[in-house]
Design a protein around this ligand. Structure first.
Ligand SMILES: [Zn+2]
Length: 246
């Protein structure tokens, strides 16, 4: 139900950025456990995501609400930006994202779609609320983690000039969707205001996501690779020995 979902303060136009501080000030969302996967803080998770597409009912948010497909208004290349946004978080913390098909079920209903569904709505016209999202479980039903972009905004890819960079905004919203709230007093992507003063995750954002999911675990070397390396070494030794014998 809508009342169980925590609607977040949106990104808004023009930031007044605080001076960077050394101390981390990240803020965790209000839901409990407020993270995906094992509720134990610092443990990893695998989270699926999908694109809602158009004409998905979001009547819980507004009467008669239906979504607009992202490719109807975002610049071409937006999918690469969205994937980079997920990658930015998974690169620094023990959280993995997997894209899955979206079944078009209504917002917050029973669905086989992604844990995080990304959709778009007409929110409030250009240059005000850019997007909003919902915290992780336990929070509502399937609506937890979902993200909505305002299709009325002048979206762009890259910095400079007017408009709002898809990567910058979606990365911020994913931060909410995986359990981070707004932070002020520290230079962070999770500041509540859109800013091009920084690009992507900052130290405070990284500290926050690692608090929830732990640091990115090193990828173990597959046994087959280790054997291959030993095999190459063996070949090298054989050649060396043959030369010496020669
Ligand atoms: Zn926000």
């Amino acid at each position: 139900m809508k009342k169980n979902l925590s609607r977040l303060a949106p990104l808004a136009l023009f930031a007044v950025m605080a001076l960077p501080l050394n101390a981390s000030g990240y803020v965790i969302g209000p839901t409990s456990p407020g993270k995906w996967g094992n509720p134990l803080l610092g443990t990893g998770a695998t989270v699926t995501w999908s694109l809602m597409g158009g004409n998905v009912s979001c009547g819980l948010l507004a009467s008669g609400c239906t979504t607009t497909a992202l490719d109807a208004f975002l610049p071409s290349g937006f999918m690469t930006e969205i994937r980079h946004a997920f990658d930015a978080w998974s690169a620094v913390a023990n959280i993995n994202f997997v894209q899955v098909p979206d079944d078009g079920a209504a917002f917050d209903s029973t669905t086989a779609s992604g844990d995080i569904r990304i959709g778009a709505l007409p929110l409030d016209g250009a240059n005000s609320m850019l997007a909003f999202s919902f915290f992780p479980p336990l929070n509502g039903n399937s609506g937890a983690g979902d993200i909505f972009l305002d299709y009325s905004e002048p979206w762009k890819i890259g910095f400079g000039g007017s408009g709002y960079d898809v990567f910058q905004v979606v990365t911020h919203e994913i931060g909410h969707a995986i359990g981070l709230d707004h932070v002020t007093g520290v230079s962070a992507l999770m500041n509540p205001w859109y800013s091009e003063a920084v690009r992507g995750l900052q130290a405070d954002d990284i500290a926050g996501v690692r608090f929830l999911y732990g640091p990115r675990a090193p990828i173990p070397e597959p046994a087959s690779m280790a054997l291959f390396t030993l095999g190459l070494l063996g070949v090298g030794l054989q050649r060396l020995w043959r030369r010496r014998r020669d």
